[in-house]
Design a protein around this ligand. Sequence first.
Ligand SMILES: Cc1cc2nc3c(=O)[nH]c(=O)nc-3n(C[C@H](O)[C@H](O)[C@H](O)COP(=O)(O)O)c2cc1C
Length: 285
Amino acid sequence: MMNLSQKTCQIDDIYLRNDTFSVLLRLGIFVVFKFKTKGKCILLKGLHKEGVFRAIFERRDVRQFNSKPIPNESLEKILLAGHHAPSVGFMQPWNFILVTSEEIKERLAWAADKERRALAIHYEGERANQFLNLKIEGIRQAPLTICITCDPTRGGSHVLGRNSIPETDILSTACAIQNMWLASYAEGLAMGWVSFYKKNDVRDILNIPPHIEPVALLSIGYTDQYPTVPILETANWEKRRSLNELIFYEAWDSPDQENSTLLEKIVKEVEPLNPSNRGEGSSGV
Ligand SMILES: Cc1cc2nc3c(=O)[nH]c(=O)nc-3n(C[C@H](O)[C@H](O)[C@H](O)COP(=O)(O)O)c2cc1C
């Protein structure tokens, strides 16, 4: 188990402070950066590069929280990270409903629990027991839950790109969620994605209009038990598949032996940052 306070990679908070010194420093960094990188792709090095990969590998879905309050500055960074996600036609279809009221959290937790019980009919025997033992949300415990929504009408009826694949608006919202997940990790906070609910239950509880999609309930807070491997892996529900088996070359279902070997080599170079490869095991959460 990893204690979040032991984490070494933090994003540089100079970008969110507004005192004169920070603003001037930011301006200076911006000018030098623009001059040095004009027309070039940006190549991250050292700790910056390591930070990106650590966040990707070590971010976890979390369902256990303690009651320590979330600093406003961290929350602002998480929301800003969400808002800087890519979106189809730059439509930015998201809104963020921040829920801290115990009463409303209780109602959201009820909606999730109702759905969990309804879904249990899909499993039988041992799998049914396993499912009912899974903790699928931490809404009551987490000090904050953010309902992130998607407005399919934002930007009018002909949003660039969304005309071809309408669900790209939801996909854009998912990009915002992943940004928020990684930013939470960088801030030493845990986040859990809850999708077990009937959308109309959540619409009713949060007064969301019928055309707006409640895409996710994101519980955020500090935790004493940040898992090192996915909780569903610890619970023997599912394990990570081999990347090699998921990649085809030139056409569907055509693996390439030569490329697979090259890929294995690359994965070995990047993966020392992955905690499950360091033999740290799971937290048992
Ligand atoms: C679209 C989506 C919906 C999810 N919904 C839930 C959920 O309702 N409850 C839950 O406990 N986890 C949920 N998760 C988290 C997954 O279970 C988790 O991402 C997966 O087990 C891998 O673990 P990791 O996120 O720690 O890598 C969801 C994740 C995604 C991407």
